[in-house]
Design a protein around this ligand. Structure first.
Ligand code: SAM
Length: 292
């Protein structure tokens, strides 16, 4: 029987036998530690009840561990050179589909309908390409697909932003965009040494889970989202200054903003990073009620 794909020896041997080099431009840092892979799969709690989407299977190290436990796995890989490799390395598993597509352009809803039976939980598990971590997370949220869990490895710095709490320096519009719908937790930190080639920065596994019931219900979701971006635009400025940047400085507008802030019970002099998401919803509702 073949050893796991995830070992330094087998990873090098596979790359060599296909005459492949790692493409830095595609974020190709492959995991070569079976213990880390097992911990990722455990954090995602993958079982026979799950259909799993993997983003960027590489040569299949994580895909193999997912295939051993999940009902079905669909893996989207952008690099055409890796498609024949994956066909070979994953040949022993009959529950894996490899899709040669860019995850940011793929129609995930259609792919899910084609490849999954709709009777299993839907999870995303991946070691993300770091050059597009944030676009991928925002894209996944944008699809409005009801993922049970998203468990992904990313640069620790971005993971810190996703899991940040109010008042923390990492708390910003990305935090709010994610935590508006999902609970975000860092499961564990991953050292650089378990990758080939080694990245320059530390990584972390983040677990995103849909909140039980949507706790935030702004009267106007578009208005709320624009306001959130706007109040974090100049992080060092006060909420009041950022609100003027968003809605204007004329006396009539200022008056309306003051009324709204008072109604929401928020001090104009504070910074946006101190506000909870619930306070931001209150503020957006008060501002939109003032017709701003
Ligand atoms: N899953 C493998 C592992 O853990 O060893 C490889 C992870 S590697 C960090 C990221 C993978 O994502 C690479 O295989 C890369 O080619 C692929 N990738 C990069 N951009 C992509 C995109 N836009 N869509 C799909 N896959 C992409």
């Amino acid at each position: 029987e073949l050893p796991e794909i995830a070992s330094p020896t087998r990873t090098r041997a596979i790359m060599e036998s296909y005459g492949l080099t790692f493409k830095k431009s595609l974020g190709q840092n492959f995991l070569t530690d079976i213990n880390i892979l097992n911990k990722i799969v455990a954090a995602a709690d993958v079982t026979e009840a799950d259909d799993v989407i993997e983003i960027g299977p590489g040569i299949g190290a994580l895909t193999e561990q997912l295939a051993k436990r999940a009902h079905q796995v669909m893996a989207l890989e952008i690099d055409d050179r890796l498609i024949p490799v994956l066909k070979d390395t994953l040949a022993p598993y009959d529950n894996v589909t490899i899709v040669h597509q860019d995850v940011l352009k793929a129609d995930l809803k259609a792919l899910i309908a084609q490849n999954f039976d709709g009777k299993h939980n839907l999870k995303i598990v991946a070691n993300l390409p770091y050059y597009i971590t944030t676009p991928i997370i925002l894209h996944l949220l944008d699809t409005k697909i009801d993922f049970e869990k998203i468990v992904v490895m990313m640069q620790k710095e971005v993971a810190d932003r996703l899991a940040a709490t109010p008042g923390n320096k990492d708390y910003g519009s990305l935090t709010v965009a994610v935590q508006y719908e999902m609970d975000a937790d860092i499961a564990f930190i991953v050292p650089k040494t378990v990758f080939i080639p080694q990245p320059k920065i530390d990584s972390a596994i983040i677990v995103l889970e849909k909140k039980d019931s949507q706790p935030y219900q702004p009267a106007d979701e578009e208005f709320f989202k624009k306001m959130v971006k706007g109040i974090f635009l100049h992080r060092r400025k006060s909420l009041w200054n950022n609100l003027q940047g968003l809605y204007g400085k004329d006396p009539a507008t200022k008056e309306k903003m003051q009324v709204a802030l008072q109604k929401a019970g928020i001090e104009p002099g504070i910074r946006a990073e101190k506000l909870s998401i619930a306070q931001m919803v209150d503020l957006a509702d008060a501002l939109s009620a003032q017709k701003l």
